[in-house]
Design a protein around this ligand. Structure first.
Ligand code: FBP
Length: 538
């Protein structure tokens, strides 16, 4: 049945329109037959843990190659970790580029994340199915998962699957932990004489997978625009009703990139940036006091409403909480999980920090870590913790005659709704170009690389593409109580342009209700509304 704007079918009119809206490609990717990957002059150092994939040079894709027929490729693709808008476009771009390089090339999708590689669960992806997923959100085409491929048995099982399928390429679409996995697998395969090339694509709404070449991970723009629409709406509600303080916790695990971007998009009365809290070594109490101060100043001006943004990972930036979490990670990795088991094993300062928190937050801090050893910050309701602390402080200030306002708070958490929505035009084109780039890196036999597309503040046609050695991003970090090689998380730079812009404007947002309303993501319409990149990338 054909859809019209007035019929109710299984597929919405927007879904239909987006499926047939081909993303723009950078000019360099218009004709793949003449491209080549050129190494930069300097190579990265050889790293002891990665003898087979370190010591390689960055690759830039340029035109000027021969027109010789390209090799036939058999490539596997896997989606790893949390959803991020545009993942399907990476797969579609990869498929199309592989077919352009050689029409007989085949692409296999591993099901439900890296466990699909270990268990040999996959299916071949074909054009007739893929076209239904163009510009769609989510990862439901093949599913995703957080399983790590790290034990000798898992690595051997992955190799068995890769060899049985005769893959010469494996594309791992993931964040920092998943790309660490990509490096480990690439290293292992070469050490075992397997010819498959492992290439990563930078995915995560958190925006913390960045380097000189990776300006932002895909999904960040869409997530921030989705949250900013909601924050703008909440700001307008606050301004209309004038009776609530909205405490909005924003997803983003460790780094505060999402909070910074959303603050620039919406101009809330206060936005806490975790990296600044860490730099100033603020305690939990001091962060709560800072919030109470803003509420107090506004109350003096007759304003008992406002909007406060909190990054999901804030708790890990507060030095006393960070030390507590580190101790808890080790205890949990060793099997303790009940509060009565844990408390006596903590140092006195960590025990005090835990006991000062409400019971629900204590329980949330003791929940299982994810397979990579991370605290599941999405389950820790810091917005409620701060509402409780600030409420107590304001009561005390009121008794001391230092506060005369009314404090009525609403907690919010914006997270999952920003991960699987239709991508922005930016993420749509960015992901499509990343898919093409992954294909070109496999074609260049690049193993242990992550694809990049850069120059993102410029028009799409001018974007540049290439691959960076994964080992250039790896360092040693404590995970589950021991030192492990992982890709370094890129935190908000307090010396960067984006933070400087925020710092120069935020004082004005405290008292003046200078809210900005970005509105919904628009795919069709004037360029000023549909095009653009994250403000933190400008
Ligand atoms: P990735 O790093 O895998 O992209 O996931 C990021 C994230 O969305 C975080 O922002 C959030 O804290 C976490 O995933 C939630 O994890 P889960 O999906 O397992 O609940």
């Amino acid at each position: 049945m054909s859809e019209t704007p007035h019929s109710i079918g299984d597929v919405s009119p927007l879904q239909i329109a987006l499926r047939s809206s081909k993303p723009t490609l950078p000019s360099i990717l218009h004709d793949l037959t003449q491209l080549r990957a050129v190494p930069s002059a300097s190579a990265n150092a050889v790293v002891e843990l990665f003898p087979h994939i370190s010591g390689q040079s960055k690759l830039t894709i340029i035109s000027g190659g021969s027109r010789e027929a390209r090799r036939l490729h058999r490539v596997g693709v896997v989606l790893s970790g949390g959803q991020a808008a545009g993942g399907h476009n990476v797969i579609i771009g990869l498929f199309e580029a592989l077919r352009q390089l050689n029409p007989a090339s085949q692409l296999f999708g591993f099901l439900n994340g890296p466990s699909g590689i270990i268990k040999g669960q996959y299916r071949e992806l074909v054009a007739s199915e893929l076209h239904l997923y163009l510009n769609s959100g989510g990862f439901d085409l093949i599913g995703s998962g957080r399983t790590k491929i790290e034990t000798p048995e898992q690595l051997a099982a992955a190799k068995k699957t890769i060899e049985a399928l005769q893959l010469d390429g494996l594309v791992i679409i993931g964040g920092d932990d998943s790309n660490t996995n990509a490096a480990m697998l690439g290293e292992y395969l070469r050490s075992q004489g397997c010819v498959c090339n492992v290439v990563g694509a930078p995915k995560t709404i958190d925006g913390d997978l960045r380097s000189d070449d990776i300006e932002v991970s895909f999904g960040f723009d869409t997530a921030c625009r989705t949250y900013s629409e909601a924050i703008g709406n909440i700001c307008r509600d606050a301004l209309s009703a004038k009776k609530y303080y909205h405490f909005i916790r924003l997803m983003g695990r460790s780094a505060s990139h999402i909070t910074l971007e959303c603050a620039l998009q919406t101009h809330p009365n206060l936005a806490i940036i975790g990296e600044e809290v860490a730099q100033q070594s603020l305690t939990l109490q001091q962060v709560a006091e800072r919030i109470a101060d803003v509420i107090g100043v506004r109350a003096d001006a007759g304003k008992d409403y406002g909007v406060i943004l909190l990054p999901e990972g804030l708790i890990e930036f507060i030095p006393d909480c960070k030390a507590l979490i580190k101790e808890l990670n080790t205890l949990l990795a060793n099997g303790s999980s009940a509060i009565e088991d844990v408390l006596p094993q903590l140092t006195p300062s960590a025990a005090n920090c835990l006991q000062a928190m409400p019971k629900e937050i204590q329980a949330q801090l003791l929940l299982d870590r994810d397979p990579h050893g991370n605290v599941q910050v999405s389950k820790i309701e810091t917005e409620r913790l701060f509402i409780a602390m600030v409420s107590d402080m304001l009561q005390q200030r009121s008794q001391q005659g230092k506060y005369s306002g009314k404090f009525n708070a609403q907690p919010h958490f914006l997270g999952y709704e920003g991960r699987a929505c239709f991508p922005t035009r930016f993420d749509s084109s960015y992901c499509y170009a990343l898919g093409y780039t992954c294909a070109l890196l496999v074609d260049a036999a690049a193993n242990g690389y992550i694809a990049f597309v850069k120059g993102l503040a410029r028009p799409v046609e001018e974007w540049e593409v290439g691959g960076a050695p994964l080992t250039s991003m790896i360092h040693l970090e404590e995970r589950k109580g021991s030192r492990k090689p992982v890709i370094r998380k890129a935190l908000v730079s307090l010396d960067g342009t984006a933070f400087a812009l925020f710092a120069s404007q935020r004082e004005g947002w405290v008292l003046d209700d200078n809210y900005r309303y970005p509105g919904p993501i628009q795919f069709f319409g004037p360029d000023a509304i549909t095009h653009g990149c994250p403000l933190t990338c400008l």
